[in-house]
Design a binder for this molecule. Sequence first.
Ligand code: NDP
Ligand code: 8X3
Length: 250
Amino acid sequence: MIAFITGATAGIGKATAEVFAKNGYNLIITGRRKERLDEISAYLKATHKIEVLCLNFDVRNIKEVENAINSIPSDWKKINVLLNNAGLAAGLNSIQEGNTDDWERMIDTNIKGLLYMTRNIAPIMIKNGFGHIVNIGSIAGKEVYANGNVYCATKHAVDALNKGMRIDLLPHNIKVTAIHPGMVETEFSIVRYNGDEERAKNVYKGLEPLLPEDIAETVYWVASRPPHVNINEIIIMPTVQANATTTIRK
Ligand code: NDP
Ligand code: 8X3
């Protein structure tokens, strides 16, 4: 069994790689930080006795995506699961004060990156006659909060694409699932606040957020249902979070 995980150098993608490895999957893992990819690959191979193929590229760059996928050896093309996980929030500003570079990064990564990946992997799955695409959305794809404007829009797009893909891929025996998490403590907030670790820590202060492992277990659970069962989507929250803006803090 083979799982292809984008954004496996940190957070949810990294934790998911480990859960699939623990369950005997061979892995194709991706990210821009090559050193981290190589370290994670060495660790997973040694710990779980699996095979790992590292692909080092930026999901925003269509040529890099195509070259990386064209470079996959044929015995690695029996891809059972694609996890479209690479993504980010950049900034938290009102629409009138938004940074347009941040907008481009979010749109290019969260929407176009996910599309480029799907456009290149879905034909391989169609040829194989099986596959499962799992898209990481967000609670931000289900509701909108102050200053979340563009990030929320990108995750609403993921929600729509998840539904559209399921229809288009239905005749090809390809399952499509979205997982929409609330707060998960990863590098997400450090990236959102442009490296400001103090500000990022405050996001999770006084509450128990989800861990990347919680999402990883969920991804594995949806991918391990019997062939006749597809989980369309899951919204998964910390117990202390009711929606994007309502939490209980100590
Ligand atoms: P992290 O910042 O910890 O991890 C993000 C991963 O995405 C990294 O491996 C990073 O790799 C990769 N990535 C980002 N941009 C690119 C790019 N242009 N090309 C290739 N890879 C890229 O964040 P999370 O694990 O939290 O985020 C994973 C997904 O979960 C995202 O889609 C996010 O929107 C979503 N999410 C997160 C929530 C949270 O609270 N943390 C809640 C809901 C959804 P590298 O930098 O090496 O390229
Ligand atoms: C990440 C969760 O609430 O910061 O997608 O948008 S939130």
